[in-house]
Design a protein around this ligand. Structure first.
Ligand SMILES: Nc1ccn([C@@H]2O[C@H](COP(=O)(O)OP(=O)(O)OP(=O)(O)O)[C@@H](O)[C@H]2O)c(=O)n1
Ligand SMILES: C[C@](O)(CO)[C@H](O)COP(=O)(O)O
Length: 242
């Protein structure tokens, strides 16, 4: 199947506070952006990538990704994540009109294992119209009021923490974005609101979103070494088939 991935990378990384847009922050010498986009292509399931960059970083992000060739396009993102995804979706319709599956993947989840990418694509290939990777919630969850007093303890058994890449048929993602101008925290949220069913597949702890300096330290000490040794195995044997 022809698969295009949209990579929102236009955030400022305020919570990380690195002084440059988060996608350009290096981990063991390579930016989150390069790692995220190369990870998608190396999965063997993704054929084209459209990156939404901060409008003032188009050239820099283009140069950052130049080694990956012309399967990667960089377009200006927007003020909110949903604006950036919308811009990338519009561009993908022009660059890759033949796409049969559209993924949306945070640049900030730069260490996502290839098996997660392949799992969401396989679920759409098997007939789902929308798929998200999820993990069980490990902590007890409570509702609290504005003063910080506990109101109740939530049953966590049906709760899941949601990751990316999220996979969609092009028609369903376009419909969700056409139906709503709201800001959503993830793309599947818009798809749910438009009335489409969303399936889940197992996520992975290494697909964590690099948000804070603690996450960056985890990336430098745990995630990048594991990811880089996996890439060396691919370099010797070629990427696994889709
Ligand atoms: N206007 C925006 C905001 C976010 N993103 C992207 O959406 C992903 C998830 O967002 P988050 O991790 O919250 O990144 P930032 O918005 O950069 O972080 P912060 O809220 O700390 O500024 C990131 O890859 C980010 O670059 C985007 O493309 N456009
Ligand atoms: C899309 C997402 O990564 C799914 O968990 C998440 O909702 C992004 O949230 P953020 O507040 O933009 O970091």
């Amino acid at each position: 199947m022809d698969v295009v991935a949209l990579v929102p990378a236009a955030g400022r990384g305020t919570r990380l506070g690195a002084g440059v847009p988060k996608a350009l922050v290096p981990v063991l010498g390579e930016s989150l952006l390069l790692r995220a986009v190369r990870g998608l292509l190396d999965s063997g399931s993704v054929h084209h990538v459209v990156v939404a960059a901060p409008p003032d970083q188009l050239g820099r992000m283009g140069r950052e990704l130049a080694e990956l060739g012309d399967r990667v396009q960089v377009v200006p993102g927007g003020d909110e994540r949903t604006d950036s995804v919308r811009a990338a979706l519009d561009a993908a319709e022009r660059f890759v009109p033949t796409a049969e599956v559209v993924l949306v993947h945070d640049a900030a989840r730069a260490f996502t294992p290839a098996e997660v990418v392949r799992a969401v694509v396989a679920e759409v290939a098997a007939g789902a119209c929308a798929v998200v990777p999820v993990l069980p919630v490990a902590d007890t969850v409570k509702r609290v009021d504005e003063d910080g007093t506990v109101l109740s303890t939530v049953d966590r058994s049906p709760l899941r923490a949601v990751q990316t890449p999220q996979a969609f048929t092009p028609e369903v993602l376009r419909d969700a974005y056409a139906c709503s101008r709201d800001v959503a925290t993830d793309d599947a949220g818009l798809v749910e609101r438009a009335g489409h069913p969303v399936r889940t597949v197992p996520g992975h702890s290494h697909a964590l979103k690099i948000t804070t300096s603690f996450d960056l330290a985890v990336a430098e000490t745990v995630l990048a070494p594991a990811h880089d040794s996996e890439s060396e195995v691919y370099a010797e044997s070629g990427p696994p088939s889709a």
